[in-house]
Design a protein around this ligand. Structure first.
Ligand code: PEP
Length: 249
């Protein structure tokens, strides 16, 4: 665990969740008070943010968004701004998720603009980085991660930041990186962050579930998890939170 910050378990609901489903989820989530060593956050779709601000606050769950645009307001049809996210009670915003990089063709340049806008408006970005299977098999993992982390070059000060290492081949596939791969890659990411002057938490993401969470979260250099599928059910999400709490004990 880096510094004294608690480990973070963040759930990314992606394009899932109606209002009723989200209220049922929060009713069933028994995390108040939150486990001693764990901070809990959830990133529902935009449509649910305002409705969930209060119920999440009551459960000590931090609210986050899955993406945003880099401008505060204006003629950007279909986009959501950092000002709107703050207004809805968000603390976090996920940026650079592989599904945005791959499906929406988001570039490093755009991601850096979004990060600057997030900081300007008081949001903490969770910057996702990760290699595709072909890149791992081709021995390019470090160069891919280094290039993705280069969005942090030239920053002054120490703005609030969390990084999530998510091998793309492990997202939503049921495959997870091995303990050795996780330890080695997190050590590389922490070293690269230090070189860039950003000592921050590095989460692991990619098919984390109640069965593998304890082993993954106990790895040196893993400061929490970004959880997709297993965050959709209160029961499995709570088991991951409990695993994180014991890993930190
Ligand atoms: C994610 O989308 O960030 C993710 C890690 O998804 P999953 O846990 O479903 O692999």
């Amino acid at each position: 665990m880096t510094g004294s910050t608690r480990c973070l378990i963040a759930g990314n609901w992606k394009m899932n969740g109606t209002l009723q489903e989200s209220l049922d989820f929060i009713r069933d989530l028994a995390v108040n008070p939150a486990p001693e060593h764990v901070e809990v956050a959830l990133m529902p779709p935009f449509t649910l943010l305002h409705s969930l601000e209060k119920p999440f606050e009551e459960k000590d769950v931090r609210l986050g968004a899955q993406s945003m645009y880099c401008e505060a307001r204006g003629a950007y049809t279909g986009s959501i701004s950092p000002v709107m996210l703050r207004d809805a009670g968000c603390h976090y915003v996920i940026l650079g998720h592989s599904e945005r990089r791959d499906i929406q063709h988001e570039s490093n340049t755009l991601i850096r603009k979004k990060m600057d806008a997030a900081w300007e408006h008081g949001l903490e970005p969770i910057l996702c980085i990760g290699e595709h299977l072909q890149e791992r098999e081709g021995g390019q993992t470090h160069s891919v991660l280094k290039e993705q982390l280069s969005v942090l070059e030239g920053l002054t000060g120490a703005p609030a930041l969390t990084v999530a290492y998510e091998p793309v081949w492990a997202i939503g596939t049921g495959k997870t990186a091995s303990v050795d791969q996780v330890k080695e890659t997190h050590a590389f990411v922490h070293a690269e962050l230090q070189r860039l002057g950003h000592d921050c938490r590095v989460l692991y993401g990619g098919s984390v579930n109640p069965g593998n969470a304890e082993e993954l979260l106990a790895c040196e250099g893993v400061d929490g998890a970004l959880v997709g599928g297993a965050s959709l059910k209160a029961d499995s999400f709570m088991q991951i939170i409990e695993a994180a709490n014991s890993a930190e004990d």
